[in-house]
Write a protein that binds this ligand. Structure first.
Ligand code: 6PG
Length: 243
């Protein structure tokens, strides 16, 4: 397989989310695979997606065969309102019959550098590999207003090209430490679904989709799974500046 890129634009965030949820359901239900390793994104956009998965798909998806990981996590306790795990626990995990052992959270309460090593160990031990890198069946990504994805921020292309599975970054404005998957892992996934909605993302979406010079400083611009498919789920607001 080589990278196939599909850009789907929807009139509303809700329609984009419903289509993405259906995309997840389709690739899982079409497969006899015994286990699916999926990395979730954080922030606020995924909330609606997780609500749909916890609602319409709560009894349609084989949760016992689905393992949930995270593309990144803020270095905060799991009960912090900043925690990506806490968000997913409230919008999805607490509402579905998924075994505890299928939940692989990044422990934001631990020393970041130690947790990055530990999380990478767990990924390496549990996921299949392609070449030297672990393979996620699906990685869901968001896009920050500044063009970051996971917790790889603009001008951090060294992080994108990092030789470890996980590393520690810092939010450029708040200084908040994050543990994040690195670019080679993101680009080794079988599928990457970007979910990007809202006017605040429209400039970055236009830069990336139009191959602008400015896009070349954005980690999200370099997401192209070498052996997988990339699908952008974008609403009209985020697509507003596309020609
Ligand atoms: C995080 C996310 C990050 C997020 C974007 C978009 O921990 O913040 O993983 O990559 O996807 O910042 O966030 P919003 O959905 O809140 O705009």
């Amino acid at each position: 397989m080589s990278t196939s890129v599909e850009v789907k634009i929807f009139p509303t965030q809700k329609k984009a989310v419903k289509s993405l949820a259906k995309g997840i359901y389709k690739f899982i239900s079409d497969s006899t695979q015994k286990r699916f390793d999926i990395a979730l994104s954080g922030g606020s956009t995924p909330k609606l997606l997780l609500d749909v998965l916890a609602g319409k798909y709560s009894d349609k998806l084989p949760w016992e065969r689905i393992h949930l990981w995270w593309g990144d996590e803020r270095c905060v306790p799991p009960d912090s309102k900043e925690s990506n795990f806490k968000m997913a626990a409230g919008h999805l995990i607490s509402k579905i019959a998924i075994p505890d052992e299928n939940i692989h959270r990044i422990k934001g309460e631990n020393v970041p550098e130690e947790e990055a090593i530990e999380y990478a160990k767990q990924i390496k031990a549990q996921l299949n590999s392609r070449g030297d890198w672990p393979v996620f069946d699906l990685i869901i990504l968001g896009l920050g207003d500044d063009g970051h994805t996971a917790s790889i921020f603009p001008y951090q292309m060294d992080v994108f090209r990092h030789d470890d599975i996980c590393t520690v970054t810092q939010h450029p404005i708040t200084g908040q430490k994050r543990v994040t998957l690195t670019g080679k892992v993101l680009n080794n996934a079988n599928r990457v679904f970007f979910l990007v909605t809202g006017k605040s993302k429209s400039m970055r979406i236009a830069e990336i989709m139009n191959d602008d010079e400015a896009a070349k400083l954005l980690p999200a611009y370099y997401i192209e799974p070498e052996n997988g498919e990339l699908t952008w789920y974008i609403d009209q607001d985020a697509a507003a500046l596309l020609q």
